[in-house]
Design a protein around this ligand. Sequence first.
Ligand SMILES: Nc1ncnc2c1ncn2[C@@H]1O[C@H](COP(=O)(O)OP(=O)(O)OP(=O)(O)O)[C@@H](O)[C@H]1O
Ligand SMILES: [Mg+2]
Length: 494
Amino acid sequence: MKNLNDIAKYLLLTNKSLFKQNPKITGLQVDSRKVKPGDLFICISGYTVDGHDFVDQAIENGAVAILAEKDINRDDLPILYVKDTNQALSFLANYFYDFPSNKLHLIGVTGTNGKTSITYLLDEIFRFNQDKTALIGTIQMKIADQVYPIANTTPEASFLQKSFKQMVDQEIDHCMMEVSSHALELGRVNGCDFDMAIYTNLSQDHLDFHQTMDDYLKAKTRLFHQLGNKYDSKQPKYAIINRDDVYYSHFEQATSQRVVTYGINHEADFLAKNIKLTANGTSFILQTMDDQLEITTPLIGKFNVYNMLAAIAAANLSGVPLTNIKSALEQSKGVRGRFEAVKGTHDFGVIIDFAHTPDSLENVLTTIRSFAQGKVYLVVGCGGDRDRSKRPLMAEIGEKYADCTILTSDNPRSEDPLAIIADMEEGMTTDRYFIEVNRAKAIHQAIQLANKNDIVLIAGKGHETTQIIGNEKFPFDDYQVAQQAIDNKTCSET
Ligand SMILES: Nc1ncnc2c1ncn2[C@@H]1O[C@H](COP(=O)(O)OP(=O)(O)OP(=O)(O)O)[C@@H](O)[C@H]1O
Ligand SMILES: [Mg+2]
């Protein structure tokens, strides 16, 4: 709890901004619907809504003061004006919760693909090592065994700092966090004291938000600047970078902390050799700075070797012995919706994968191609109100690697689903595809077509349990729909 005048001083507001009414602030809130009595309401000019329009509701719910960047026509409670509420919020949230990330071992993961996978692998490894973990990312936030739903991959600063505080109170040993480029650009993670920053790769995505790949690269780079310039012998900081990525030297130069590399094609501190990829798992020889051992795991695909290397490096530098890492990876359960095979006795394969960028779709399809004995069917769509330029590329990749592609809906949001599919269709040059706008029907049709040894890849939605059409969220789970389709098929065939 802080009082309003201390907050004003911390935000460098002049003496004139100090208030006679100096209420105690018991919480920070950016969502007017969630305001509780005693809260400071922060007006954020968001992507779709503007918090300044919801001041009345915030006050009705008990807000005792307002932080704003635009004029608020009220004189019945103190209003703090700043130039940029988003920026101010990260300063404020760090201060309000007493800089919790300084007391936490915080690992940030950035890059276009692999963030969720790496944070979950780290979770498995640390837990195997009997460490207490927390994670924040696309699927959920987890603190020890408690799971909390979150709206964005990287939540806004007040929720984030409050959660860090909770982690400190619960004596969490390591927090793994996906750091999206949006969050970096919007300053949501400003002030977070990262101990490790992991870079995976960069390929096309989010070009609706970042104007160019260069802007996107700059946003990702901020995580590495944020490792800071302080050296500490007890808890050294590390930049863990994919040596095989084209932007490797860019990220290497972005930090003054120790750089640790992982890779397959170049000499690296954590190197994978003799990689053997099969439909049931992967094995490789891990060579580290001072050791060598064989890793065997049920995780599938070369991209997962990269994810494992990143996780191995971070865990090992955090003090987990390689033998424990090896055992944890041997038992890995994988991540929901990431190359997840639908279980059952059917004689064809069905894989659910979150691939929603051209690069990740290509990785998943080439992996499937490397072991597929029959035909490959792909069910894929693209999200509405998001990067349009990737739509024809996704279709083109589908056509290149799949025997038949079914173009369908992802989360169309406010766009016409058929218009999104029409954008995708521009990438098609043959007739080895068809359109079924209803995602459930598309999945059923693909599974109907599959014969013995064929593989159906259902791409794009992974772990998601809803489909967003217009402004509404409908329950939808690729895994469940696929299971029903398999059941229907087996019933009708017997
Ligand atoms: N290292 C990798 N390189 C390329 N593709 C990958 C890699 N790891 C995972 N993928 C592919 O990308 C998809 C998304 O993986 P994951 O959820 O781990 O990425 P993410 O970075 O968290 O994505 P998002 O930004 O959407 O949260 C996977 O389903 C898989 O198809
Ligand atoms: Mg993610």
